[in-house]
Design a protein around this ligand. Structure first.
Ligand SMILES: NC(=O)C1=CN([C@@H]2O[C@H](COP(=O)(O)OP(=O)(O)OC[C@H]3O[C@@H](n4cnc5c(N)ncnc54)[C@H](OP(=O)(O)O)[C@@H]3O)[C@@H](O)[C@H]2O)[C@@H](O)CC1
Ligand SMILES: [K+]
Length: 519
């Protein structure tokens, strides 16, 4: 699983690598520049066959230093290269200054104020080496004007961002300041060593275009990255579940694979829970039972076959049903009704079962006086942005404030705080789903770049996700892992089905996704 770094973690890793004596800052900068050139020629192979024209925009820090390396390497390939510097050469940090001087032997450096957008549009490649992980505040107005010109270029210029598109915060994927156009949109963003959080969170994917990661040799320096983790373990970018985790053994009873109880709403509202139940069954839970109020039994019975049904009209009845320890996971909330959910919440939490709280259960939790105190480590909360705001209004407000300084408050920060406060796993939905647990584990399940799943934004998809998590917990997965695997399968099913997807298709596509894992 890949790690998503913060700017502080990346800086610490680089510092540790340099302090070990294994590598110098100049070595890293040279590899970074070379990595960008290689990635650009890889993305547009036609650029490798002749010499073209590039404009390189350099900033006042080491990101600008990378830009001078890139300018030199392209010039050595015979390219026509124009370089613009924002800032003064005397103030460049030492390695950037050295590369500025090396470039000077090959060509001129113009001031950023002398740049006009037309110059950029007439070139083949424009390199944004203005700011990277060191961005601390909104970009200056003179840069924002150029960024706006580049947002919809008239020419054929391919836009490449060095490390990060200038204006985008490395930790949060948010544009610093209150002007949404104050960022350099790119077609290709080349990160170093590892992706940063900002490449997948927030607006990162929208602004970065495609991403590539250039190896600058930090892995070879052993423990340097670990040394960079001074502000907690790195966030992981969840890729795919291990086959051995999801496979079933060739023998075993259905009770070996758990028994999930999915609570339904009243008649006319049972579809959400039925979707969740079907997902739980498809993900391999041994038995799945729908707990249904008396008046909705006929409706539910008419629509299920492999699923089982039990009448549960009151919280007391639920408590009695849960006296059977074989019922080892609960899904509570989809289509349940907020007032009913409030009435059932104490019994659900008192059962101490592995429980997914979704939809109406989250709204009821937000309205309850004692609900938070009774949450336990086997709960998973699955809020979308609106539900997150109801549950954690202060964290949501902080996330909604325009970020004026960098690194800015991120969805990772908010979800981590929410998990600490709730004392359980929180899965904060979105194309950049963040999953955090009180023990510090945190992962991002990103449906962006090659994993984009736009058809997943459809009614009932969230119910399916809740059912997948409950089913996996019934199978014995701990809450954090169940949430990670469920989020991954959910996106894979949507991608596998493709256009025309509706929520019913998700459970039915799971067998294909599971076969793809060679189970
Ligand atoms: N370290 C290494 O060994 C390696 C680093 N590498 C590269 O270095 C990059 C990080 O370099 P960096 O730390 O120098 O930060 P960078 O993004 O260039 O900007 C800092 C400068 O910008 C300024 N500034 C910030 N915001 C501003 C604003 N809105 N408006 C105006 N000014 C603003 C800020 O000023 P200050 O905030 O101090 O006033 C400071 O002067 C990284 O992304 C990667 O590309 C690679 O070569 C691999 C090896
Ligand atoms: K940049």
């Amino acid at each position: 699983m890949a790690e998503l770094l913060t700017s502080a973690q990346m800086r610490a890793a680089e510092q540790a690598a340099m302090a070990s004596g294994a590598v110098t800052g100049l070595d890293l900068m040279e590899r970074a520049g070379q990595g960008v050139v290689n990635a650009a020629l890889g993305a547009w192979p036609e650029l490798a066959h002749s010499s073209y024209k590039a404009v390189v925009l350099c900033g006042p820090g080491n990101n600008g230093g990378d830009g001078f390396v890139i300018a030199r390497l392209l010039k050595q390939r015979g390219w026509d290269v124009e370089v613009f510097l924002y800032g003064t050469p005397e103030k460049l940090p030492p390695d950037a200054r050295t590369n500025y001087e090396r470039w000077q032997a090959l060509g001129d450096v113009a001031g950023f104020v002398d740049l006009c957008v037309g110059q950029i549009e007439s070139c083949d490649l424009v390199i944004d080496a203005l700011f990277g992980t060191g961005l601390t505040r909104p970009i200056p107005a003179v840069m924002a004007a150029v960024a706006q010109g580049l947002a919809h270029p008239n020419g054929a210029a391919r836009r490449v961002a060095v490390d990060l598109p200038t204006g985008l915060c490395s930790d949060s994927g948010r544009i610093l300041g209150d002007d949404p156009s104050a960022v350099f949109p790119s077609d290709l963003t080349v990160s170093f060593h590892s992706l940063k959080q900002g490449h997948v969170l927030g607006q990162g994917a929208e602004i970065c275009g495609q991403v590539a990661v250039a190896d600058i040799g930090l892995n070879a320096v052993g423990e340097t990255l670990r040394a960079g983790m001074q502000d907690g373990p790195a966030v992981t970018l969840y890729d795919e579940p291990h086959r051995s985790a999801l496979a079933k053994q060739g023998f075993g009873h259905k009770y070996n694979h758990g028994h999930a109880l999915i609570l339904t709403g009243p008649s006319g509202k049972t579809g959400a829970a039925r979707l969740a139940a079907r997902a739980a069954l498809r993900v391999g839970t041994g038995l799945v039972t729908l707990g249904t109020p008396h008046e909705a039994v006929t409706e539910v019975a008419a629509q299920i076959t492999a699923l089982m049904l039990i009448e549960i009209d009151t919280p007391d009845l639920l408590t009695r049903v849960l006296s059977d320890p074989r019922l080892n996971a609960l899904c509570f909330g989809p289509g349940f009704g907020v007032a009913r959910a409030g009435a059932f919440l104490p019994a659900v939490l008192a059962s101490r079962r592995a429980t997914v709280l979704d939809a109406d259960a989250l709204t009821a939790l937000a309205q309850s006086d004692s609900g938070f105190a009774n949450l336990h480590e086997n709960c998973v909360l699955t809020p979308h942005a609106g539900e997150f705001k109801r549950l954690f209004p202060d964290l949501a407000a902080r996330l909604a404030e325009p970020p004026l300084t960098g690194p800015a408050y991120s969805k990772v920060d908010a979800t981590r705080s929410a998990a600490q406060r709730a004392g359980c796993t929180v899965l904060f939905k979105g194309p950049d789903t963040v999953i955090a647990s009180p023990d510090g584990q945190c992962s991002v399940s990103a449906a962006v770049y090659e994993r984009a799943a736009p058809w997943l934004a459809t009614a009932g998809a969230g119910d399916v996700l809740a059912g997948l998590i409950a089913g996996l917990m019934a199978r014995g997965f701990p809450p954090h892992q169940a949430a990670e695997i469920a989020a991954w399968l959910h996106v894979e099913a949507a991608r596998s089905f493709g256009p025309g997807l509706i929520a019913e298709d998700l459970p039915e596509t799971l067998p294909k996704v599971l076969r793809g894992l060679s189970l």
